[in-house]
Design a protein. Structure first.
Lengths: 310, 80
């Protein structure tokens, strides 16, 4: 790094977990210093020169994750026992040179997709800032790519967790990750997108991903494949969940094999489905389906419990 | 991955893409993100599967943006 570079690192705690939680669930929202273009070139991310845009994105993410907007139906982390175990920090970085080590977001070729470089951002958070995050949002203002995307966590299974069973198969809500789930979030994106991407990022590659429900995939915790569609979707920790027989009014296309879990409110699509198609454009009425919300909150609760409580 | 909005789908259709192609593009991109832990990409099988998927994503992205190639053009490109 050139010696004359003036680096700005502003770290602010937006929410602090209740003191009785020794090791809270930590969410880091960080501005992206540099972008890695599809060809590999690195340039400074415009967000690093636009702190107001970053702060606006931080508010959007924070409010959506904790169910704060008055018209948002999904409470998500705003559920009382979960909220009090969460710490949220936002970090604004400016003045970083266009070097690959500071490119925490890459622009994918053949698309407008942005992706978090999850190893790099986690390493920076840990080694430079001393932050051990469980969930990371990297905010970018790429001029060419604005399709938000997330990667799930790579769990650290060696350090234990809270066991669960789904359809008789044992899994683990791990206390720690080797690499946390990470979202590449465009500064122009809205709260429903933040909720959707957080759903992916809180999943686990080893212990269950949360899939996009608007494609005929049928893998992960929240989707299965087969026809005819059975009445029961799954049994999670002894609780039986029904299927959504009609995909909340969007309808399963005739060619599909995927099917989903029942909804909290069958009037609106799931957060992980095509929320743009919500009746009347009321995207904020969308909620996670029943098994997705339970699974994700179980994962967060496991992490909150890891250090014990005072 | 953020789903395509109705406006984006409309634009892709105006560019000549079909519903099937639009859906296939989204499915392949979504699979790239969630089918495998990126930490598993060191294995040949995962890399090969991903290369095939990525190549098809490239073809579909050009179609979505109105740059559908003829069979001959695709043949020329892949034989290089």
């Amino acid at each position: 790094m050139p010696p004359e570079a003036v680096l700005q690192q502003t770290i602010v705690a937006l929410r602090t977990a209740a003191p009785r939680h020794r090791e809270p669930f930590v969410i880091a929202i960080i501005s992206n210093p540099c972008l890695s273009a599809p060809g590999g070139e690195v340039r400074v991310d415009p967000i690093s020169r636009d702190e107001p845009a970053f702060q606006s994105a931080v508010q959007t993410i924070f409010e959506a994750l904790f169910g704060q907007p008055a018209d948002q139906a999904e409470p998500f982390l705003g559920t009382d026992d979960v909220a009090e175990g969460c710490t949220v920090q936002h970090i604004f970085l400016a003045g970083y040179p266009a070097e690959r080590q500071y490119a925490f977001v890459q622009e994918a070729p053949d698309s407008d997709l942005i992706g978090a470089r999850r190893w790099e951002v986690d390493e920076f958070l840990r080694d430079t800032l001393g932050i051990r995050a469980d969930l990371v949002f990297v905010v970018t203002a790429s001029e060419t790519h604005n399709r938000d995307a997330a990667t799930a966590a790579t769990d650290d299974e060696a350090r234990g967790g809270v066991a669960f069973t789904m359809d008789g198969v044992r899994g683990l809500h791990c206390y720690y990750t080797l690499i946390p789930g990470a979202v590449a979030f465009h500064a122009s994106s809205n709260g429903m997108i933040a909720l959707h991407e957080a759903g992916h990022a809180l999943g686990s590659y080893q212990n269950g991903v949360i899939s996009d429900l608007y494609v005929d995939d049928g893998s992960g915790i929240n989707a299965k494949r087969g026809r005819p569609i059975p009445e029961r979707f799954a049994v999670l920790n002894g609780t039986s969940y029904r299927t959504d027989p009609s995909r909340n009014g969007l309808g399963y296309p005739d060619t599909w094999q995927a099917y989903h879990c029942e909804l909290h409110d069958p009037e609106y699509p799931s957060v992980m489905d095509n929320f743009w198609e919500a009746a009347g454009g009321a995207i904020h009425r969308c909620q996670h389906d029943r098994i997705t919300r339970q699974f994700l909150l179980d994962r967060v609760r496991a992490k909150i419990s890891r250090g014990g409580a005072i | 991955m953020k789903p395509f909005s109705p406006d984006e789908i409309e634009r892709f259709k105006r560019n000549g893409a079909t519903d099937v192609e639009i859906e296939e593009y989204q499915r392949l991109q979504s699979e790239r993100l969630y089918a495998n832990d990126p930490a598993a990409f060191r294995t040949l099988a995962v890399r090969t599967e991903d290369d095939l998927r990525r190549r098809r994503i490239g073809e579909l992205w050009r179609i979505l943006n109105g740059e559908r190639q003829t069979r001959e053009e695709v043949g020329r490109l892949t034989s290089r």
